[in-house]
Design a protein around this ligand. Structure first.
Ligand SMILES: C[S@@+](CC[C@H](N)C(=O)[O-])C[C@H]1O[C@@H](n2cnc3c(N)ncnc32)[C@H](O)[C@@H]1O
Length: 377
């Protein structure tokens, strides 16, 4: 059912899965653990985020001072079905609609430079931000001229001013989204589907260690739970109805195979995977391990945990290697995709040219494989 949900999101370009606060917090903590100053003095841009809905906005506002942010920029998308429909930031404040220059349904730009306890109730919170936004002091809330598309000139100008992009972009536009971040040489932490690994826009970046997966893949066995706004939730998608951290009723859906993609460093990627020797794997294996491929000059390793510590040649492993990959331990040579494009002629058994879509063992076609080697010490 979960995959069906994602496919449906792809088909309809629905793309309206909202990230939970706790998932954002958990992931960011891993980067802070590795480098407590990672966000210090930085401009963070959330460019697919309606501040009234987005927990990214909420997280960065509430942790603005703790992280030492210089600025937080958030832009919303006009065509979003929830655009400006839920002014939870401002509660039931009736004065808002009267404020000149702030049309109700449009894309908005929020620039936060300061988060302090302006109502002096003893804590920094969203209410303080709302008050500052309304008064237009230090912080800024203005409508965008365009629709807030991340590819628009307006959004690109904001991107140029920022250091780190953190968001969950629309699934259907992931390729374009990551391509743009690379083109503008930005640091980022974004959510995408695991399948994006094989995209030709993404795989070379992983291979060259310019992009890697985030820290929290073990949570929920690689799935993530998202909030869907009541307005667009359908019964088939809903796993749970709950009250979220900001006291709002939300519908929860589960999406399989979701990962964080990033170029911010974290500790897990520098921990080598503990491995057995070839002989140990053979001893414990239920079926014959390490068969040679028919079409690649490599051996098949069907489980990442069975990668032998003492094999020097090329090994084909499942895509989940990226969850455990350490650049100090392995070298990534290619994937089925690269082989098919003829980028790795040395790895290909020439007799099989024309049938290189996937690895084959005894004429049996396998799932996507990543071709790796141990890094030379
Ligand atoms: C998967 S949702 C995630 C929303 C939010 N970032 C979060 O994680 O809670 C993707 C968001 O991107 C918005 N969006 C869709 N197309 C967009 C575009 N071309 N430019 C900017 N935002 C877009 C959608 O309206 C939606 O709110």
């Amino acid at each position: 059912m979960a995959n069906k949900n994602l496919n449906k999101a792809k088909e309809t370009k629905n793309d309206e899965f909202y990230t939970q606060y706790s998932d954002i917090q958990k992931e960011i903590e891993a980067y802070l653990e590795y480098n407590p100053d990672i966000f210090r003095g930085k401009v963070v841009y959330c460019n697919c985020d309606d501040p009234f809905e987005s927990n990214f906005f909420r997280y960065f506002v509430l942790n603005f001072n703790k992280l030492g942010l210089k600025q937080l920029i958030t832009t919303s998308y006009k065509s979003s079905p929830v655009a400006n429909t839920q002014l939870q930031l401002f509660g039931d404040d009736k004065t808002l609609t009267k404020v000149k220059g702030r049309p109700k349904i449009t894309a908005n730009k929020f620039i936060i430079n300061e988060v302090r306890d302006i109502d002096e109730d003893g804590e920094f919170n969203l209410k303080d931000v709302a008050k500052q936004l309304k008064a237009n002091k230090h912080n800024e809330w203005t409508p965008l001229e365009g629709d807030g598309d991340f590819r628009s000139d307006e959004s690109i100008n904001l991107l140029k001013q920022s250091d780190i992009v953190v968001t969950n972009p629309p699934f259907s536009l992931f390729r374009e989204f990551i391509k743009q971040l690379i083109a503008y040489d930005k640091k980022f932490l974004i959510i995408g589907n695991m399948n994006a690994i094989t995209y030709k826009e993404v795989f070379p970046l992983l291979k060259e260690n310019k992009v890697w997966l985030g820290n929290n893949y073990k949570v929920n066995a690689g799935a993530m739970f998202f909030e869907i706004p009541e307005k667009i939730a359908n019964l088939e998608q809903i796993r749970e109805v709950k009250i979220n951290e900001s006291g709002k009723k939300v519908y929860i859906t589960r999406v399989q195979g979701v990962r964080w993609f990033t170029n911010l460093d974290h500790g897990r990627r520098h921990q080598p995977l503990p491995l057995m020797t070839k002989a140990e794997v053979v001893k414990f294996a239920t079926k014959k391990p390490f068969e040679k491929y028919d079409n690649y000059n490599a051996i098949e390793v069907s489980l990442v945990k069975n990668i032998p510590s003492d094999y020097d040649g090329v090994m084909g492993v499942p895509m989940s290697i990226f969850d455990k990959y350490s650049p100090e331990q392995f070298e990534i040579l290619g994937s089925d995709y690269n082989v098919r494009e003829g980028l790795l002629p040395k790895l290909v058994n020439l007799k099989w040219i024309g049938k290189l879509d996937r690895g084959y063992v005894n004429n049996k076609r396998l799932y996507t494989r990543i071709l790796i080697k141990h890094k030379k010490k």
